[in-house]
Design a binder for this molecule. Structure first.
Ligand SMILES: [Zn+2]
Length: 230
């Protein structure tokens, strides 16, 4: 018999014999879902070693983010810190030695800019870097190939001209976050994503599952562009 269960996070999850069957990442509590995403991205080479950072909103004022310097293939649910969006204050940390990701300021900027963003995923990938290298020096955007997969960003046009915002890499993350915030505030991008040159993409979504899907789709498009030498 199917029955609802206290184990299930929301009504779309199904309990069978007391076991919650999560059908999407959004059926899991945020930190458990992010652990799954980290293992998946690590296995696919998008979060090698300790690179990359993942976050999900707890509520409108706070988000969970991966701790700095942890191997992304071996995270557990204690490797997250709860951050206040307004001022970056750490509100909760389970392991006292954990520090928030060095790139927390970028996540904060995106959550502040886009109240509908529920999750924000940042990886370091070879193909995204190679694709971005093809953009001219100082270019503010990388044109995405108008292949079928672009529909995953909810773009339904024939041969759309879609630009991925492109930023120069900076050691000074506060400065990079300020640049992202300033530019995207002026104009929201056509895709819920951006790319930092020689570094990696960041993708956000109205749900964690959407952010995950779109990260995969962006990687697919950039991989295509590298192979097609676009
Ligand atoms: Zn990074």
């Amino acid at each position: 018999m199917y029955a609802s269960s206290a184990f299930c996070r929301n009504e779309s999850s199904t309990a069978v014999h007391g076991v919650c069957l999560a059908t999407t990442l959004d059926d899991l509590p945020p930190r458990a879902a992010l652990v799954e995403v980290a293992r998946d991205f690590h296995a696919r080479g998008w979060m090698a070693g300790t690179a990359g950072n993942l976050s999900a909103r707890e509520d409108q004022e706070h988000f969970w983010i991966t701790a700095s310097g942890q191997p992304k293939g071996r995270l557990d649910e204690l490797d997250f810190l709860l951050i206040r969006i307004k001022d970056g204050e750490v509100v909760e940390r389970v392991r006292p030695q954990n520090k928030p990701s060095a790139e927390t300021a970028i996540h904060r900027a995106l959550y502040a800019l886009f109240p509908g963003a529920r999750a924000c995923l940042h990886g370091h990938s070879v193909e995204a870097c190679l694709a971005a290298e093809r953009a001219k020096k100082g270019a503010k955007n990388l044109r995405l190939a108008p292949i079928e997969m672009i529909k995953g960003f909810d773009i339904w046009q024939q041969n759309p001209k879609v630009d991925l915002p492109l930023f120069e890499n900076r050691l000074d993350i506060a400065r990079l976050a300020a640049e992202i915030s300033k530019r995207l505030r002026k104009q929201a991008p056509a895709v819920t994503a951006l790319m930092v040159r020689a570094h990696g993409p960041t993708v956000w979504g109205a749900s964690l599952q959407e952010a995950y899907n779109r990260f995969e789709i962006l990687e697919f498009i950039l991989r295509y562009q590298v192979r097609a030498r676009r």
